[in-house]
Design a binder for this molecule. Structure first.
Ligand SMILES: Cc1cc2nc3c(=O)[nH]c(=O)nc-3n(C[C@H](O)[C@H](O)[C@H](O)COP(=O)(O)OP(=O)(O)OC[C@H]3O[C@@H](n4cnc5c(N)ncnc54)[C@H](O)[C@@H]3O)c2cc1C
Length: 418
């Protein structure tokens, strides 16, 4: 049972499994495997709080940041993966501590509108969509979902809407996605707060006034998400007790422990583990147009496309979403997600569809900016991993979180034990 103060600090993240051994905080040397936002935040937080503890951060690639990276070409800026974060005090606290408040801004108010593309038309998602689904139906399925292990398709009684939501987060259809993993507060997974959630939310809003993003809004960084990663790396470089090893691939916690001459119980695994785990592979494209060529494309957050006959699963209106610059003056930038299961690998096929959905005009820029793998979280996933017991510590989105708000909060919870 967590206290009201802990609920105010961590919010609903307390519902997620937390696989940290009690003995970790008495370690004199800690190895963190994985230099994504999870491993970096943990290294920074423990390293800063406890200068007496040596930390070795082990990353298999030559660069840090994990799935996060920002593509830049002349005045075009586009994040390959994470482009924004939902409101959470743990993110605000990190931003403030590492001195990025000036570069962290709420999304533009015009970005609120979202659409689903079905039967050849874009339909705006709104409260009306929920009413059409039937509030009673929704209430019934939310209550049903509390038995645990249901899919998002079972939780949300409108399949198209459910697919649109899961596509937007994990690029998978709702029948394949664990409702507890995506919406633990709705399914009431894990522990419950000691007082009403609405009261906790009010207390959170009063306590963390950097800015209070409005419900449903997001926030992002000037220069893209790599601004956050680069600043974290710089802060870590200032800590003499944290050593970073890049180009170092360890195959198991035992190997990491051996490399650092420590016990497995002092290893924090912040990387994927199971090489055979199912995942969605997708290519990410940036497409930019002159304003006048996309004048008929309404301003908003973007469009999700559940129809698997279309190679594109989502179009995000990057220029509309961010308050900071993403495109040259007089232009708009869009980001396109193209899951590999939907197309042949021929970029022309994606471009053709992008033009069909946005504008027939020739884009000013069209480029594949990267590829990403998103782990699959099948129904029952979160309750299954809650039962795991390890001789080491496990964190990160390939395990218990799905967005950066989850892994940044988790990192803070780990450091708060020290
Ligand atoms: C396309 C896409 C869009 C997304 N959009 C958003 C968004 O808008 N908002 C949001 O909040 N979240 C978003 N997410 C989710 C977000 O990216 C993740 O929650 C978060 O970045 C994961 O961080 P991590 O450190 O846990 O994992 P990762 O970033 O995967 O980092 C793991 C690190 O471990 C390293 N590693 C792996 N194996 C080993 C090994 N054996 N030895 C050493 N190192 C190893 C990897 O190279 C990597 O650097 C998105 C994800 C994707 C893919």
């Amino acid at each position: 049972m967590y206290s009201v103060d802990e609920w105010i600090r961590y919010g609903d993240e307390l519902r997620r499994p937390f696989h940290i051994l009690p003995s970790l905080s008495s370690s004199k040397h800690i190895a963190i495997v994985g230099g994504g936002i999870s491993g970096l935040t943990i290294a920074y937080r423990i390293g800063k709080k406890r200068p007496d503890i040596s930390i070795t951060l082990i990353e298999k690639k030559s660069t840090l940041g994990g799935v996060i990276s920002t593509w830049k070409e002349e005045e075009w800026i586009c994040d390959v993966a994470v482009n924004a974060t939902r409101p959470h005090p743990a993110v605000w606290r990190l931003v403030e501590e590492i001195g990025l408040e000036e570069k962290f801004t709420p999304s533009s108010p015009r970005a609120k509108r979202r659409w689903i593309y079905r039967n050849g038309k874009s339909h705006r998602l709104s409260l009306l969509t929920v009413f059409k689904m039937g509030l009673l139906n929704l209430r019934r399925s939310v209550i049903q979902s509390r038995k645990g292990g249901v899919s998002v398709a079972e939780l949300i009684p409108d399949n198209q809407l459910a697919d649109a939501m899961t596509l937007g987060i994990v690029n998978d259809v709702s029948a394949n996605v664990d409702a507890d993993f995506l919406f633990p507060s709705l399914t009431k997974f894990g522990v419950n707060p000691p007082i009403k959630w609405s009261k906790i939310k009010r207390k959170i809003n009063r306590k963390y006034p950097i800015f209070i993003p409005k419900k449903g809004s997001v926030a992002s960084f000037e220069g893209g998400l790599s601004t956050l990663v680069n600043q974290l790396i710089q802060c870590i470089h200032e800590l003499p007790n944290v050593k970073i090893l890049v180009d170092t691939d360890v195959s198991s916690p035992a190997e990491a422990a051996e490399l650092c001459g420590i016990q497995e119980a002092s290893v924090i695994w912040a990387a994927p583990m199971d090489k055979n785990r199912e995942s969605t592979d997708l290519s990410v494209f940036a497409i930019g147009y002159k304003d006048e060529d996309v004048a008929s494309v309404k301003r908003g957050y973007g469009t999700l496309i559940p129809d698997s006959n279309i190679p594109i699963s989502g179009i995000l209106h990057e220029t509309d979403v961010h308050s900071t610059k993403r495109s040259p003056p007089g232009h708009r930038l869009f980001r396109i997600m193209a899951p590999h299961s939907r197309w042949s690998g021929d970029h022309a096929q994606v471009k053709k569809w992008a033009q069909r959905l946005l504008s027939d005009a020739e884009p000013t820029i069209f480029q594949c900016i990267g590829e990403r793998k998103i782990p699959t979280y099948r129904p029952g996933y979160l309750s299954e991993i809650s039962k795991h017991e390890y001789a080491f510590n496990r964190v990160g989105w390939s395990y218990a979180g799905v967005s950066i708000t989850h892994v940044i909060t988790e990192a803070e919870r780990v450091a708060d034990l020290f």
